[in-house]
Design a protein. Structure first.
Length: 528
């Protein structure tokens, strides 16, 4: 299989060489942009907030939904925090094996969808920790580096406060969608798990009498997640990683200058080796890469903060004072958008539904247990990683509001410069981290996209390898070409995933409450 992947990539190279002729990729970009511009404009439509401030409409259902879930589930994002930690530690693992703890009347242990009863022995494919890291690898990424810099450059230091608020609220949304992902997942005869919004929208809404609505929403979501996986979860990631490595190796004088396809081929080979193995192989890679890359990045941020410890107090005051100014509010909202969704690195990903696909594969009979684990994602990604990036930027003074026109590549270099002002050699470490961020995001999004593809086109081997080969081709194309409109369209699809998903989350919230009460009862019985 690896030979087939390599052969395919070699066949693609002539087309990429042709595509790198000056102006050709820009022409393709322009044609595609003209054809899809209406969709991008619809999703990214901005509602005038004041004379100078406009807010993306998609932020309203995301923030309102997250706030609603926070209250509906009695502040589960705060009260359930330490329970979530204990689940990952394995403290409650034996609950799954206590038959006496299975609530009476369940169609299957833990209340899984009835379709899985015949094969309930296949409880899942990965552990709680592996499911968390697989999902985190799709969320912790370039947005934590570039997105924070752009947010602060637009809204000032106060933008950081609103990122934290959005992250804390998003924990509740993440809990809801990932609980539903496990509740309504499908498990094939060989134990392969198929889960995510496509399944809880169809099964869950059908159970509530909304069969047609559920099917329509599920198909829309599947289409959007496929498009998002090719663009924001693939092409954008490899493109930004290549730009940084080209810059660090000499820019226009780099040996890789105008050879993006070469970098793309190398990345595609490594990505292909992992994704051919499915979620188990992906989880085995991400549960090693994610902790490693987070330690590298957070470790460097801690070094800067310790070195500049006397400036932390002033930085926190800037964040607090700036949070409630009009500029701060706008910057925070836009920052959440850029990190969370438009740049496929998600500051919290809550409400979009993609992470529930990875969490659906967990080994458990109690759906709410994985929802509890999942609520840690926005905390790790937004509250910890993004906040540390913001503090470094504010303390080093490397971001000013006159840089509001920064693009992502420039923002990554700006963040790199902030770290380099204290750690001279850090840009090289950041390059490694960015490549790992991009790699882990791509392999996770390949799984998300494939789940949507399998839902639409079936679970055959032919369908599976068709999708995975297409995904690898887009890795190379994304590295070689500057297809801004294609990436913009795919990012719009990621935003669009929120629409059908959020409708389902609101309607199915009572089912989640049932699952939560069932699991909390099981914990009480087990700990007596």
């Amino acid at each position: 299989m690896h030979k087939k992947i390599l052969t395919l990539l070699l066949m693609v190279m002539p087309f990429l060489t042709f595509a790198q002729e000056k102006g050709l990729d820009q022409k393709i970009d322009e044609v595609f942009g003209n054809a899809t511009g209406w969709f991008v404009n619809l999703i990214f439509y901005q509602i005038p907030f004041t004379e100078n401030i406009k807010i993306f409409w998609v932020l309203f259902p995301l923030i309102i939904g997250a706030t609603y879930f926070t209250f509906y589930f009695n502040f589960i994002n705060f009260k359930g925090f330490f329970t979530s930690i204990n689940i990952i530690r394995g403290k409650y693992d034996d609950i799954d094996h206590h038959e006496s703890l299975i609530a009476a009347g369940d169609s299957t242990p833990g209340g899984d969808a009835i379709e899985t009863i015949a094969i309930e022995g296949h409880e899942g494919e990965v552990s709680h920790f592996q499911a968390l890291t697989a999902a985190l690898s799709g969320t912790v990424g370039l947005g934590n580096i570039a997105g924070v810099a752009i947010a602060i450059s637009i809204g000032g230091a106060g933008a950081t406060f609103w990122m934290i608020v959005a992250g804390l609220l998003g924990m509740a949304s993440k809990f809801v969608e990932c609980t539903l992902g496990v509740t309504y997942r499908d498990i094939s005869k060989d134990g392969t798990v198929y889960g995510g919004p496509m399944y809880y929208l169809t099964k869950g809404l059908e159970a509530k009498g909304y069969k047609k609505l559920g099917k329509i929403l599920a198909v829309l979501f599947a289409i959007f997640v496929i498009g998002g996986s090719f663009g924001g979860g693939n092409m954008f990631q490899v493109n930004q990683a290549f730009q940084l490595i080209e810059h660090i190796t000499g820019g226009d004088n780099s040996i890789l200058h105008e050879r993006g396809w070469l970098f793309g081929v190398v990345m595609a080979i490594f990505v292909g080796i992992v994704i051919i193995g499915g979620i188990k192989k992906i989880a085995k890679v991400t549960d090693k890469i994610v902790p490693f890359m987070v330690v590298i990045y957070v470790g460097a941020a801690l070094f800067v903060l310790i070195a500049k410890y006397d400036m932390i107090g002033d930085a926190m005051m800037q964040i607090w004072n700036g949070a409630f100014s009009p500029v701060g509010v706008a910057g925070g909202a836009i920052g959440v958008m850029i990190q969370g969704f438009r740049r496929a690195a998600f500051s919290n990903e809550a409400g979009v539904g993609s992470a529930s696909i990875a969490h659906s594969a967990v080994k458990t009979k109690f759906a709410a247990s994985e929802g509890m684990v999942a609520l840690l994602e926005p905390f790790i990604d937004t509250v910890i990683v993004c906040t540390m990036t913001a503090l470094v930027l504010v303390i080093t003074g490397n971001v000013a509001t006159e840089n509001a026109s920064l693009n992502d590549a420039q923002a990554i270099l700006l963040t790199s410069g902030a770290f380099a002002s204290v750690i001279s050699w850090f840009p090289y470490m950041l390059t490694i981290a960015v490549i790992l961020f991009a790699f882990s995001t791509m392999i996770s999004w390949s799984y998300y996209g494939f789940q949507g593809w399998a839902f639409l086109f079936g679970r055959t081997r032919k369908a599976e390898y068709t999708y995975k080969i297409l995904f690898l081709v887009f890795v190379v194309i994304g590295s070689a070409a500057s297809l801004g409109s294609v990436i913009g369209f795919s990012d719009a699809m990621i935003f669009a995933m929120m629409v059908p998903n959020m409708i389902g989350l609101i309607l199915l919230a009572p089912k989640v409450k049932e699952e939560l009460n069932k699991y909390l009862t099981a914990i009480k019985v087990n700990t007596k």
